[in-house]
Design a protein around this ligand. Structure first.
Ligand code: ADP
Ligand code: S3P
Ligand code: MG
Length: 188
C-alpha cells in the first residue's frame, strides 16, 4: 500500500537533516530498491549508490558473469566487503541486492550503522518486473515465480529485522519514494 504523501520541500529538507545515517534499501529482487532508491536520493538531495553496480565496477564484470565464473559464495564475499565500505563511507541512499541483508554480518552492520528500509510487494508484481531484464542469475535456475516464492519464505525473517517496513504497489516511483520518506519520518 502506498500513500499519496504530501511533503513540502521545506519538510523534506527538515527530514533530510534528521537522517544522520545512510538509508539502506533491502528486499526481494524486483521490489524497486535500485530505481526507487535513486528517486529517494534525489528527493533528499543526497547521493545514491547501488551495491550491484559498485560490485560490477570493481570486478569489471556483470553480476551474472561473476556468478557464472566464480559462483554465488564468491559474489557474497565481495558483496559483504563492498557494503561494509559503502556504509563506512556514509552515502545517503544505498540500494542493496536482494540477498545482501540475509548475510548475518552485513545485516548486523546495516542495523547498527544505517537505517534499513524493507521494501515489500506481492509475488505477481515481482515476477512481472523481474521478467523485463535477464540480469538476475538466481532466477535463471528454474521457474521465477517458484524461486521468488521460496526466497520470500526463506528471507522474510531477515528482512523483517529492518527498522522500517514499506509495502509498495505499482504506484509511480516518486510516490513510492515519498511513502518511504513518510515511514522514515514516523520511525525517527
Ligand atoms: N513502484 C514501482 N512501480 C512501477 N515499476 C517499478 C516500481 N519499482 C520498480 N519498478 C520497476 O521494476 C523493475 C525492477 O526494479 P529495480 O529497482 O531494479 O528492483 P530491485 O533493485 O529491487 O531488484 C524496473 O523495471 C523498475 O522500473
Ligand atoms: O536476491 C538476490 O540474491 C540477488 C539480487 C540481485 O539484486 P536486485 O535485488 O537488485 O535484483 C543481485 O544482487 C543478484 O542477482 C542476487
Ligand atoms: Mg537492484
Amino acid at each position: 500500500m502506498t500513500h499519496a504523501t504530501a511533503f513540502t520541500p521545506a519538510e523534506i529538507g527538515g527530514l533530510a537533516r534528521r537522517i544522520d545515517r545512510p538509508v539502506v534499501l533491502v528486499g526481494l529482487m524486483g521490489v524497486g530498491k535500485s530505481t526507487v532508491g535513486r528517486r529517494l536520493a534525489a528527493l533528499l538531495d543526497t547521493d545514491f549508490i547501488d551495491v550491484d553496480e559498485e560490485i560490477e565496477r570493481a570486478a569489471d564484470r556483470s553480476v551474472s558473469e561473476i556468478f557464472e565464473a566464480h559462483g554465488e559464495l564468491y559474489f557474497r564475499a565481495g558483496e559483504r566487503r563492498v557494503i561494509a565500505r559503502l556504509v563506512e563511507e556514509g552515502h545517503g541512499v544505498i540500494a542493496t541486492g536482494g540477498g545482501a541483508f540475509v548475510d548475518p554480518e552485513t545485516r548486523a552492520l546495516i542495523l547498527d550503522r544505517a537505517i534499513a528500509v524493507w521494501l515489500d510487494c506481492d509475488i505477481d508484481t515481482l515476477v512481472e518486473r523481474t521478467a523485463r531484464r535477464d540480469s538476475r542469475p538466481l532466477l535463471r535456475k528454474g521457474d521465477p515465480r517458484a524461486i521468488l516464492t521460496q526466497l520470500k519464505d526463506q528471507r522474510g525473517d531477515a528482512y523483517a529485522e529492518a527498522q522500517v517496513h514499506v509495502v509498495t504497489d505499482d504506484a509511480p516511483h516518486t510516490e513510492t519514494a515519498l511513502s518511504i520518506l513518510s515511514a522514515i519520518d514516523a520511525w525517527l
